[in-house]
Design a protein around this ligand. Structure first.
Ligand code: GLC
Length: 568
């Protein structure tokens, strides 16, 4: 096995609480995952990534961890985890864990100790600060910096007991760990080695580009209409980030083989990503960048912006070019924080849902990089028809709604329009397994409602149907395993100014591919330069085999992959 085995791999993300519930408490669990491993093996994915399954008060659905070396009882136990790991390995797949170490839960014993007294030995494990100079501790505006938290409200919580504030970039139950302290770093590395020794195959590192802060912590920029400042210049890609990741590599990964590491990095630039993923620098294998899922976001967070295809192509083209020689891309449309891609960049109407889901899969999987499939994406699952705020469970949706209404003068309808389209709960509704009650997810009442479209969209039906999104994703995954040009080939974007078609070529040695996706509900003729020269090429895959793609005219939402030898 070479150390770049993951260039040919496809990763599948499981959000355990919404995947499969084996004991009827309405919450997915590890036994539920074990019961469905054959679905994943049949799909053909190589790696499973589990969102956090550690003990947690579940304030942010497990991204608030109170014990890094155990399993949340709602999900199972270490014994069941070992059984799951064995089942994964027996099927030739790997398993990576979510590593959430920018912050812990406020119920973690590290924080309880830190909070207990100013002279606690663990005081400095978190970011404790006094009130702003000249201001009374605990009064509005006295926070040590003006930063807002991602989930609404200030990024600081005042603690009566010691009269100081602690930093939480996310919820107040997610205090930020102080990576400046070498003891914190060693404790994290020890924990990581413990999981690797147990047999896990790597980590997806949560908001890992926020672990290094600018010291002293600087105020951020306050924009018109927002209650708190954007502090990101003080913690995104901070001054010691590369040093920490290199230290982590030496302490945890060096000398071990067959692992995968991927760092979630909101706001990372191409140049920084190149440094992080340059194999010679020994940091991590790949990053999750966000530019392409922010492509439909305007300057006003509460105004929906329609995707401009030329913008999406410019962004992904820039990432492909930037990491062409050194470094590696990860490719994703979906995860547990993003709305469903078929509802977002495709068309989830009954007429076009299947075709557009397949087209989006084709375009993504044919890029250079490692594709990630989020649970239900392989079925073309859609956004949920949310009504009012009471339908949402996500701490981000609830916190931002409150801040926008109470402090920023927004109307409920204005905010709900955006939450319905973009809210994270869209991704978190239960996996749709079959046509029985609750989509076969649970025999109880699911923690978040099942999408009412499960009689039409579910795994059982799709496994029987050779034309389903499921079987199409199987083909895309198999194609990557089979065709070295997909994993290794170079990438050339075509038609950068076309608002309707996404087109590119890939080449490796004497093999060349042409990939085109129609992002509209109309037929469109592809005006590529040497169109005629592709006329004899082999049609490797299309989502609409019945539709003619003669002279490169694509049917609504059609995708095509042509293959020929090079030079032709
Ligand atoms: C990451 C996770 C998200 C979580 C946040 C805080 O962005 O993907 O779900 O809320 O970090 O841990």
């Amino acid at each position: 096995m070479t150390e770049t085995w993951w260039k040919k791999a496809v990763v599948y993300q499981i959000y355990p609480r919404s995947f499969a519930d084996s004991d009827g408490d309405g919450m997915g669990d590890l036994r539920g995952i074990i019961d469905h491993l054959d679905h994943l093996a049949e799909l053909g994915v190589d790696v499973l990534w589990l969102s956090p399954i550690y003990p947690s008060p579940q304030d942010d659905n497990g991204y608030d961890i109170s014990d890094y070396q155990n399993i949340e009882p709602l999900f199972g136990s270490l014994e069941i985890f070992d059984e799951l790991l064995t089942g994964v390995h027996q099927r030739g797949m790997k398993l990576i864990m979510d590593l959430v170490v920018n912050h812990s839960s406020d119920e973690h014993e590290w924080f309880l100790e830190s909070r207990a007294a100013k002279d606690s030995p663990k005081r400095d494990w978190y970011w404790w600060r006094a009130a702003r100079d000249g201001m009374a501790p605990g009064t509005p505006g006295a926070e040590p910096t003006n930063w807002g938290s991602v989930f609404g409200g200030p990024a600081w919580e005042f603690d009566e007991k010691t009269g100081e504030y602690y930093l939480h970039l996310f919820s107040r139950k997610q205090p930020d760990l102080n990576w400046e302290n070498p003891e914190v770093r060693q404790a994290v590395y020890t924990m990581m080695r413990w999981w690797l020794d147990r047999g896990v195959d790597g980590f997806r590192m949560d908001v890992i580009n926020m672990i290094s802060k600018v010291v002293p912590l600087p105020d951020g920029r306050l924009s018109a209409g927002s209650a708190y400042a954007d502090g990101s210049a003080g913690f995104v890609g901070g001054p010691r980030l590369h040093e920490y990741l290199q230290e982590m590599y030496r302490e945890v990964f060096e000398g071990r083989e067959g692992l995968l590491t991927v760092g979630e990095m909101p706001g990372v630039t191409v140049d920084e990503a190149k440094l992080h993923t340059d194999p010679d620098r020994h940091e991590i294998d790949m990053v999750f960048q966000f530019d392409h899922v922010w492509a439909d976001r305007g300057p006003d967070p509460w105004l929906l912006q329609k995707l401009q295809l030329t913008n999406l192509k410019a962004i992904l083209g820039r990432w492909q070019a930037g990491l062409a020689e050194v470094g590696w891309n990860s490719l994703y449309w979906n995860n547990h924080d993003q709305p469903r891609i078929v509802s977002r960049y495709g068309d989830d109407s009954p007429e076009h849902r299947v075709a557009s889901a397949k087209m989006l899969g084709t375009v993504l999987h044919l890029h250079r990089g490692t594709p990630y499939v989020y649970q239900g994406e392989e079925l073309g699952m859609t956004n949920y028809p949310f009504g009012g705020i009471a339908d949402f469970r996500d701490i981000e949706a609830l916190g931002q709604y409150k801040q926008a209404l109470e402090l920023e003068g927004r109307t409920p309808e204005e905010v709900l329009t955006v939450l319905r389209a973009r809210g994270r709960d869209n991704a978190r509704t239960p996996m749709q397994w079959d046509t029985t009650a609750q989509a076969g997810f649970s025999t109880g009442t699911p923690w978040l409602a099942v999408n009412p479209n499960y009689p039409q969209i579910n795994a059982a039906d799709q496994r029987q149907d050779p034309d389903s999104v499921f079987h199409y994703y199987r083909q895309l995954i198999a194609l990557r395993h089979r065709e070295p040009v997909i994993a290794e080939g170079d990438f050339t974007m075509l038609l950068p100014n076309d608002e309707r078609l996404y087109a590119f070529t890939r080449r490796l040695g004497d093999t060349e591919l042409l990939v085109i996706g129609n992002f509209t509900g109309e037929s469109v003729q592809a005006e590529i330069e040497d169109a005629a020269s592709w006329s004899g090429a082999e049609l490797l895959l299309t989502n609409l085999p019945g539709a003619s793609s003669s002279a490169l005219t694509l049917a609504p939402w059609q995708a095509v992959i042509y293959k020929r030898s090079y030079p032709h």
